[in-house]
Design a protein around this ligand. Sequence first.
Ligand SMILES: Cc1cc2nc3c(=O)[nH]c(=O)nc-3n(C[C@H](O)[C@H](O)[C@H](O)COP(=O)(O)OP(=O)(O)OC[C@H]3O[C@@H](n4cnc5c(N)ncnc54)[C@H](O)[C@@H]3O)c2cc1C
Length: 564
Amino acid sequence: MNPANLEFSRPEQTKYTFDVVIAGGGFAGIYAAKALAAKLGSSACTRVAIVAEQNFMLFQPMLAEVAGSSLSPTHVVNPIRALCKNVTVIRGSIASVDLDARRLEVKTGDFSGSVAVNFEHLSLAIGGVVDLSRVPGMAEHAFLLKNVGDALRLRMAIIDRFEEAAVTPDPAERRRLLTYVVVGGGYSGVEVAGQIIDVCREIVRYYPSVPTDSFRVVLAHSGKQLLPEISGSLGRYCEENLRSRGVEIMLGVRASAMTSGKIFFGDHIVLAHTVVTTVGNAPNPVLLKLIKDYSLPSEKGRVLTDSTFRVEGRDRLWAAGDCAAVPMPKTKPLSPTAQRQFCPPTAQFAMRQGKLMGENIAAALENRGRGRPFKFSGLGELAAIGHRAAVAEIMGLKFSGFIAWIMWRTIYLSKLPGLERKIRVMIEWTLDLFFPRDISLLESRPTQVIKESFCTAGDMLCHAGEPAFFFYIVKSGRIELFNADNTPSRSVLPGDHFGERALLNDQIWHVTAIAAEDSTVVAIGASAFESVLGADASIREFLLKTASNAAMDPEKTAQELAIR
Ligand SMILES: Cc1cc2nc3c(=O)[nH]c(=O)nc-3n(C[C@H](O)[C@H](O)[C@H](O)COP(=O)(O)OP(=O)(O)OC[C@H]3O[C@@H](n4cnc5c(N)ncnc54)[C@H](O)[C@@H]3O)c2cc1C
């Protein structure tokens, strides 16, 4: 067969051209698109495009409630096409930005490949990302709270641990299963810790074999006070409230490493399988590359703008929201944030910046001058801490407890885009007052065919006699293998592997594997391992050989392979 005869060429890349392209469909992007649509009228449809990785806008402030089974995930998202009816929507991931050619390359999917989007004005609203690389093991083992998938995964994990604890007779292992650690004592951290303790207290009654005092929620924060963004008295209220409900609070500590069963805070170790991290906010890599390639002015990874959202020194380049360092207006301080040099990365700023940026771009398109400067300096801060309690500092006034919780719900409900979503959330919140939380594990665990795992000295990867599900490749460190009678078998060093003998033969471990030092291993699931063997004869031969070297009958292995 001649490959040249095959029909394999992709169609030529589709090209689009717009006056304004908004990169990002979060708070800043959506409000900018809406403002442009309002100013430009029906012509916005062909003149303005919004490019976003997801086809929905996510309302992050309610994510903790999704994780705590108080809200359905579909209620905290809104389709961009429904929110911005009068602009063109391109769902895709921005792969590159060429400011000189005034063009974006957008990856739109497996079948459509990528499209080129030309622009006259580019407005950056791509938010930030999470980077956990500074804490070894955290990226592999921690739960995040950044998107709906994260919240759903966390919700499942909270309930799943109770299911496992219900059949775990060993009190120490049950305690580890039911220990939930939240890293970060800012808004998201206290909100999620409050939700988790509420879930635990509420659902423990469904598990008669689980003693009511066997769960533990730990909130670890590097600062001396929770919620550093608001006043000391409200931070203390939050701390007292959470402690009174059973949350253990560790202040002045930093996570230094984690494995699948422990988290280290320097010398202090907490045994837990479930760690949620709300720290590690980092600049979007697309933005970092842009800043580097074009020497754009920046402040801690955010692109620097003037008060009208123009990026200094760049014609027709705009930015707003979490990815932009917008100077904080020098107005009378009404909230703690007003004393900052740059606007904080919060939704209340992003949506207002987006709206004004849209209006200013419309003014530029119509040659109506530079537009208006950003004057908003914040109304205040709000954080729900679970159990119908919240803390709030609004226009200099402090509120806490139930009244603050009512304020939190009213204000966030009013900010949730779309009447339909508002009504759905209101109904769900009302039902929540009368009915218990749902503990159904809706999604089965996705089959993780390949995963990277960090382990510290002494961690056991597998035990002789147990069923084998993975083939391991050691990436760093050293793993020691022991025979079933605990006599040393061999050391596995970086680049070396083990597990083929078990997977090729009876799928039972014949060795016990223990990390001799801090190590990273790549685990390949049994089905993926079989696919690799089926796809490449030389790899199969090689692994058969290494398996037979590991003291087994090669003929028997070959026979079994042929049967499968
Ligand atoms: C759990 C949590 C709780 C929060 N609670 C609050 C709160 O109570 N109050 C508050 O004010 N703020 C809160 N925030 C912060 C708030 O959500 C952010 O400040 C806000 O979302 C910033 O808006 P943005 O538009 O700048 O970015 P985002 O909302 O993050 O939107 C970024 C957009 O860019 C898109 N994007 C990114 N990269 C690409 C790419 N390469 N190609 C295409 N599109 C891309 C994304 O898909 C997304 O549409 C919370 C945040 C979190 C994570």
